[in-house]
Design a protein around this ligand. Structure first.
Ligand code: DQA
Length: 145
């Protein structure tokens, strides 16, 4: 099976978007960094969209296919109840869902201190740059192993 690595709005701009916050690596650099990191028997399927409906449909797909999910909801983190309800479907299906952030939202503006996703996530990893994703893969590996 796949591990879906799902990225929300503006993360397609990594590399040029606020490099002092998110680093200078692009989404393609992230893909390359993670390509070898899947646990045995799994492959990584990394996707990005700016579209809330598309992101929700990918969570539905995870439920239907039984895939664990690494989700960087980006700005949707802070206000999308639609995305939260879709994320709840994933964890209710008994699938691992890890919320990741490149930055540490708690050290930034107040509106970033709230996540409507965290309450339905299996766990949260934030603040380690691209390594947040690597750590999430490790966590899935530990859980599934
Ligand atoms: C982010 C943090 C969010 O607050 C922000 O809206 C993003 C990226 C992160 O990975 O650090 O777009 O999810």
């Amino acid at each position: 099976p796949s591990i879906l690595v799902l990225n929300g709005p503006n993360l397609g701009r990594l590399g040029s978007r606020e490099p002092e916050v998110y680093g200078s690596g692009t989404l393609e650099d992230l893909r390359a960094e993670l390509s070898e990191a899947a646990p045995p028997g799994y492959d990584l399927d990394l996707r990005q969209t700016d579209d809330e409906a598309e992101l929700i449909s990918w969570l539905h797909e995870a439920v239907d296919r039984g895939c664990p999910v690494i989700l960087n909801p980006a700005a949707f983190t802070h206000y999308s109840y639609g995305l939260r309800d879709a994320a709840a479907l994933v964890s209710k299906a008994g699938l691992i869902l890890i919320e990741v952030h490149i930055s540490n939202p708690h050290s930034r503006e107040a509106f970033r201190h709230t996540s409507v996703i965290s309450g339905v996530a299996t766990g949260i990893i934030a603040g380690f740059g691209f390594d947040s994703y690597r750590l999430a893969i490790r966590a899935i590996d530990l859980k599934l192993g």
